[in-house]
Every structure is written in structure tokens, then in C-alpha cells.
Design a protein. Structure first.
Length: 144
């Protein structure tokens, strides 16, 4: 996969926004300079899809679905010509979920986010996956 060559200032913006977006999944808050006021969110968890308009609606949704405190770690961020792709892993209790977030940036803020989520994998599901479909290319990333 090739990454576009972006000026250092744009790469700094991508890094700042990716870090802030990732933090939203832990704190359910966002600084005023992260999203545009009309930011659009298209969320695709397993077996469902819903769309939200505005950062307040997205943060409220994260609070609604939270099952307790979580930790979220960035696995990678890939800049694009119009924003970035963020891959992260969230752990809540003993469940782990992995997501890809495709983000569009306008005027230094996130204006659109499409989220693909594999769902929460508990220890039994992770063990079943490891037994029935061992990874051919295990890497430093863990979880589903």
C-alpha cells in the first residue's frame, strides 16, 4: 500500500486528528477543533448500520453503547489525499473490538467518518477463532 506524500503541516494535522478521534472512544468527549459542526458519521457495526450528524450525536452514541471503561490503542494511521484511515482496537473488560475509520478532513477538522467494526469478541470467541482459523501472518497487533 502506498501512502500519499503530504506536506509536514498536513501530516501533523492527520496525527492530531487521529489521536483526538481515538481518544473519543475512551473519554466520550472531543475538543472543539476536532470535528466540523456538521460532521457526518456512518457507523457499520455487525448486522446493523446507522448514521448520525454532528459530533454531539456521535459522542452521545459512544456513551450509550459503552459497557464500562475502555482502553483504545491505535494500530495504524494511513494518510489519504483527503484525510486518513485509522485502525484501532478497543478493549472493554474482557471484550475486544477492532475498527477501521475512514475519515475525511475539511479545513483542518474531521468532516466525515465511516466506521467499520468487527464487534466485541469475548475470550471464548477469540479462542475459537485461534483454533479454527489460525492467523497465517500473525503480527504485533493482538485481538480479533
Amino acid at each position: 500500500m502506498s501512502t500519499p506524500t503530504l506536506p509536514a503541516a498536513e501530516l501533523a494535522t492527520v496525527d492530531r486528528l487521529a489521536t483526538a478521534l481515538n481518544r473519543c472512544f475512551e473519554t466520550f468527549t472531543a475538543d472543539a477543533d476536532v470535528f466540523t459542526a456538521d460532521a457526518f458519521f456512518d457507523l457499520l457495526p455487525p448486522f446493523w448500520r446507522f448514521q448520525l450528524q454532528g459530533p454531539d450525536a456521535m459522542l452521545a452514541q459512544l456513551r450509550r453503547i459503552a459497557q464500562g471503561p475502555s482502553t483504545v490503542r491505535t494500530l495504524r494511521t494511513v494518510p489519504t489525499t483527503t484525510g486518513f484511515v485509522l485502525e484501532h482496537e478497543e478493549t472493554q473488560g474482557d471484550e475486544v473490538a477492532r475498527r477501521l475509520l475512514l475519515c475525511e478532513v475539511r479545513d483542518g477538522r474531521i468532516s466525515e467518518v465511516v466506521v467499520y467494526c468487527n464487534g466485541e469478541w469475548d475470550p471464548a470467541l477469540r479462542a475459537r477463532q485461534a483454533a479454527e482459523a489460525p492467523m497465517l501472518r500473525p503480527d504485533r497487533r493482538t485481538g480479533p
